[in-house]
Structure formats: structure tokens, C-alpha cells
Design a protein around this ligand. Sequence first.
Ligand code: SAH
Ligand code: TYD
Ligand code: ZN
Length: 409
Amino acid sequence: MSQESFCRVCSGKVREFYDFGRHPLSDAFVDPEKVDDEEFFYRLAVGVCRDCTMVQLMEEVPRERMFHDGYPYQSSGSVVMRTHFEDFAKRVLNAEDLGTDPFVVELGCNDGVMLKVLADAGVRHLGVEPSGGVADLAAAKGVRVIKTFFEEETARRILTEHGPADVIYAANTLCHIPYMDSILNGVRALLAPDGVFVFEDPYFGDILERTSFDQIYDEHFFFFTARSVRAMAERFGLELVDVERLPVHGGEVRYTLARSGARQPSNAVAELVAEEETKRLTAPDTLSAFGERVTGIREELTSLLRRLRDEGKTVVGYGATAKSATVNNLCGIGPDLVSFVVDSTPDKQGKLTPGTHIPVREPEAFSGPYPDYALLFAWNHADEIMAKEQRFRDAGGQWILYVPEVHIV
Ligand code: SAH
Ligand code: TYD
Ligand code: ZN
């Protein structure tokens, strides 16, 4: 049943547009020894604020349940992403408008893939990372990191100890944080007068266009648009001064915020807001059509997998992504339909996927022997993975994708 909640940005009423049902935490891989322990479930549903148009989850999961010492996701797991973050760091190093001794803070620095470049170049920096395991990986690379959640109090502490930040950066992290008032008050407190807050997250425009419904899960609380981010910034004395579309993770936008009036907004901001208005991104009929497409994909994917099972074909999953928790639990995909999933992340291997308990194995298991079909859960890394696994295709294997629709390649 459709329910209402209150916007975590402006306190307006949030109207629900899709209910995925009860879901486990997307990165809570299950130890086979503890399979009888009860898993934590929450209601995964998404809505839109009637006032500020921010798209957000209807229900919030306590942050300590998701981000803790055992949090498995490692940013360096993809070569393409590694290059992406290193390119951003190089851009910071080459920025002409940064003074002689800039200070860069990263929220959610994870395993330190971006900050390592700055650390190696001798730039003053600080990573803020509550997940202890990945924070340790960053520290081992020589990155300066504090193991805590960024919020207003953290920002004030950093300001006292290090002074103002010229650049605050957050990749795939701001959208994870429901307590936006504390974050943006903290950013405003910490930012140097001419500093910038740069963050990049999955773009709701791309999620709609590609029906990439699996971007919706516990950790992704907000789904930004230029319009909603511009309004959000204004509430906190900040201004959206630039937007840049990025190809990574199935389509993202990199937003740049500055103190209100400090910088001239680029034309790209007005252009993207205008495009969103033309496309009526958050209009009720657009959102209900999205929901209908999701339900259609669910039905098609489950019937395809059941048919392949009945025909005696083997199907293996590729990439035990957080996103796949949404797909598996929405579609009821368990080990009867997908025998196992391969994934390069050490902390996921030997575990079972959340909720539907598909075993996760190391990538070497993929070729021993190749399955008939591979369900590409890590579709956002398709180019990288398909190139690396060309021999699967050569051996007659076929990839199953479900974004933007169910298809076999
Ligand atoms: N920036 C990396 C990691 C993204 S995963 C990348 O783009 O690949 C999201 C990260 O945000 C996790 O490592 C999580 O521990 C961290 N995180 C969650 N809440 C946070 C908060 N309040 N402050 C800082 N980091 C946070
Ligand atoms: P990703 O899609 O980046 O994020 P999320 O978990 O937020 O949905 O996750 C990619 C997963 O796929 C990650 O667990 C690592 C794995 N992976 C491989 O196993 N092999 C590869 O070649 C790549 C690129 C990723
Ligand atoms: Zn709102």
C-alpha cells in the first residue's frame, strides 16, 4: 500500500511511486555457517517530494547497519573506476585556482583510490570513512583517514584541526546519506570562502531512461537531479555552479557547489535543469510509467531464467553487486535459477548473497567450465568485464542483461 513520508531535505510530503517489498541489506553477505541467523529486512520503496522534487527512499536504514568494519565494497575493484578517480585527482592537482597549499577532504574515501594520488603528490588531504575495513586499506596506501561518519560535528572538528577545505569531494557517498541537513551545514562550515563541494552520484535522469531500477537499494537513499540539487543547495547557503554528466556506473552527474554568490554558475546548470523540465522527470505519469517498466522487467527476467532452468541450461551470475540484491529479491532469483555468482571482492567470496542466498565464488570459478549463460549483475562494468571474459563468448557463452530491458548478447 502506498504510504507517505517526509522529505529529508525540505520536510515536504513524499509521495511513493514504487514499492519493491521487503528487502535485505544489499551488502550484507551471509556467512554460510550463520545461515540460520535472522537477516535484517526493511521495506524498499521510493518516492518523490511534492515540494522540492527530491527522489528518495520511503524508509531509512540505520547507518551503522550498513557501514561498519565488515563493509565489503572496494572502490578499486574496477580498472575503469580506478582510472576515473585518478583522473579526478589529477584534475585537482592541475587546478589553477587552488592556492599553494590546498586542503582536500573526501567523504567516503573507501580504499583510498582517489586520495592516494594526492597523498603521493604531497597534497594536504583527509579521508572520512566510517567503514573500518576499507579505511584500513586507504591508510595502508599512505592516505590520511579518520574512521568516522561525516556530519556537522565532524566538519567542525576537521576545521579546528586542519583549517578550511578548498575542495570537499564525495563520490557515490552523498546519495547514501539521509541526514542531509547535518552534512550540508557541515560542508558550509568547513568550506573555504572560495572552496568547492564536488559530488557525483547516479543520475535519476539516467535511471529513468535506462530503467536501471537496481540502483535503488538501502544504501542509495537519494536520487538526484540538477533541479533537486539546486534547490537543496539553496536551502543551505550554497549554490549549484556546475554539472557534468559522467558515463560511469550507468550514468552519473558530478555536481559542483560553492558558497552562494561566490562563483558564477556555468550554462550547463541551466541547460540540464531545462532538459529535466522538458522530460518531466519527476511528473507522476513519468514515475508510474517507470514502475510499470520495472514490473515488466521482473516478469520477463524471471520467466527467462525459469525457462533456461527447465531447458537444463546453466546460468551463473557475474558481479555480486549491491544492485543485484534488488534484482534477486524483487524477482525471487536464488540458487535454483542462478547456480552461483562470481565476484573479485575477497570479502564477498565464500558468502551467500543477501536474502536469496546464491553462493559467491572467486572469478576463477567462471571458467570451470563456462556456463551456457552469464547474468551480468555488474552491467555498469559491461565493457570492462566482457573484454576480460572474451573467451566465454568464444566458447559459445551468452550474456543476459536486464538494463535497459531484458536481452541476450
Ligand atoms: N567513494 C567510493 C566509495 C563509495 S561507497 C566510490 O565511489 O567508489 C560509499 C562509501 O561511503 C562507503 O565506503 C561508506 O562507508 C561511506 N559512508 C557512508 N556514510 C558516510 C558518511 N556519513 N561520511 C563519510 N563516508 C560515509
Ligand atoms: P559495482 O557495480 O561497482 O557497485 P555496487 O556494489 O554498488 O552495485 O560493483 C561491482 C562488483 O562487481 C564488485 O563487487 C566487484 C565486482 N567485479 C568483478 O567481480 N569483476 C570485475 O571485473 C569488475 C569490474 C567488478
Ligand atoms: Zn523536499
